[in-house]
Ligand binder design. Sequence first.
Ligand SMILES: Nc1ncnc2c1ncn2[C@@H]1O[C@H](COP(=O)(O)OP(=O)(O)OP(=O)(O)O)[C@@H](O)[C@H]1O
Ligand SMILES: [Mg+2]
Length: 345
Amino acid sequence: MLQNIQLVIDTAIADAYYMGKILYPENFKDIEPEKKINANHIPQTCGESENVSIFCDRVYWKAKTAMVMRSIDGKGISYSYAFEGSIDLSLDDVSICIAQGEMVAILGHNGSGKSTLVKHFDALLSLQKGSLKVAGLDANNTDRIWELRKKCGMVFQNPDNQFVSSIVDEDIAFGLENYDTPIEQIPSKVSEALALVGMSGFEKKSPHMLSGGQKQRIALASVLALEPEIIVFDESTAMLDPEGRKEVITTIRRLHDNEHKTIILISHYMEEAVFADRIYIMKNGRILAQGTPREILTDQVLLAEARLLPPLPVRIYYDLQKAGIILRHCPLTEEELVEELCRLN
Ligand SMILES: Nc1ncnc2c1ncn2[C@@H]1O[C@H](COP(=O)(O)OP(=O)(O)OP(=O)(O)O)[C@@H](O)[C@H]1O
Ligand SMILES: [Mg+2]
């Protein structure tokens, strides 16, 4: 019995730790919370502030978890595109919890269910099974779908499919008008959104004359003008050249760091997930694992199971290891790799 209680507490602490929101006393600093947690376990501690006891090293520590608001709170979501009663599930009992202001990457092989999952977040797909709250709104409540879509914006893969006007400022204004924004507020909201994506001065340009990266930043400005809490990027860099990808990722990171937006990033580029706070891995419509980028992206066995390749610096680390060259730490970025290589004699 005591063991069970202890396990629950450890898991709650581990979850709060993963959400990056745990406040712990000085002398708790060096204690590593449980590394492995059930991927489908929903953090009980987020959304509430409470005192918990942690049994560690034969001592009970008191810890206080911080108040964490949930941007996404989904439990037991299943979805089938096929007819009712079909067992062909594109999502199979998925639970996912994303804290406000978190940047979460969702990775997985083609067809693993990433897009199907995020399409539930802005009610492009309606829930068949399970429960989902998005920015506190029940995704099942059809009366508030437009409110939900305003709170959760989406940027898709193809930059050319996201424009309705041939002039940048009119395109951004279109979304604002749809949401009944008072006409006198529209110019300032358009300017603010363009400034946030570093595209001030492009108001009168045609989106079709812009580079891929610039087009995606305009598409993002249209979303930002509505002041969403959550922004989902579904492979928004997939069709861009390296320069365009860099532009978009830099903008996304700025929105996370400075504007504290909740960011959900789907990408096939592992190096883009390195900067996330947490990563979810999907396989066959299920969540296979979740953890920090370091835990997930250096786990060769896990990535192989998900049919994903580790980032290049991680692959180099393991190749060097096979050749008998041991680096002190497994690098995640090129910069870390260079640093580790420079340490070699
Ligand atoms: N409109 C649809 N009709 C029928 N089946 C679909 C539809 N869209 C997706 N699926 C199926 O649902 C499953 C999950 O697809 P989904 O598009 O969510 O995967 P994904 O992880 O986003 O893949 P990708 O990396 O290729 O974008 C796949 O088996 C896919 O074939
Ligand atoms: Mg997809």
